[in-house]
Design a protein around this ligand. Structure first.
Ligand code: FE2
Length: 182
């Protein structure tokens, strides 16, 4: 019950709405950034994490477990299956999720449930911190390019940029506080 390829339904109903959510978009981008400079084995694990989150992820909500994976949102058949009693549902833990085998010929037999996007991001960052690579990267939103943080000068520049952003936030907070007490 997936729509036939080229699958515009999957892209438009599955991926696009979620990418409009800043929390989710950041999570999706972090998977891509984590792949830069790592081994093929690590990339395979990242692909598996992508599969079980961006494509077939479930997430806890106050009123129950909801689907956020594009492969579920664009398949009413698999959406029903994922939320039924048939498949296994396990907590999203990147270290074990990354090595879970999967296939793309039938509905999944196991799904991973995140506590929230924020929690998934925190756990994912803890996972990527253990990956071996010769440099760290940062996505520069000003230039829309990827900065490779491989020298002390580049790190210092990032710290200065970060400090400027914190200063702006502090100023905004001060203005808000003054408005409330005025
Ligand atoms: Fe997809």
């Amino acid at each position: 019950m997936h729509s036939p390829e080229p699958d515009c339904v999957h892209e438009l109903l599955g991926h696009v709405p979620l990418l409009a959510d800043p929390e989710f978009a950041e999570f999706s981008q972090e998977i891509g950034l984590a792949s830069l400079g790592v081994s093929d084995d690590e990339i395979t694990k990242l692909s598996t994490l992508y599969w079980f989150t961006v494509e077939f992820g479930l997430c806890k909500e106050p009123d129950g477990i909801k689907a956020y994976g594009a492969g579920l949102l664009s398949s009413y058949g698999e959406l029903e299956h994922a939320l039924s009693d048939v498949p296994e549902r396990r907590p999203f833990e990147p270290f074990s999720t990354a090595v879970e085998p999967y296939q793309d010929q039938n509905y999944q037999s196991v799904y991973f449930v995140a506590d929230s996007f924020e929690d998934a991001k925190i756990k994912f960052r803890q996972y990527t911190a253990t990956m071996k690579r010769p440099f760290a990267v940062h996505y520069n939103t000003d230039t829309q390019t990827i900065d490779v943080l491989d020298t002390a000068e580049k790190l210092l520049y990032r710290f200065r940029t970060l400090k400027a952003q914190v200063d702006h936030l502090y100023n905004a907070m001060t203005i808000l506080t003054n408005l409330r007490t005025a």
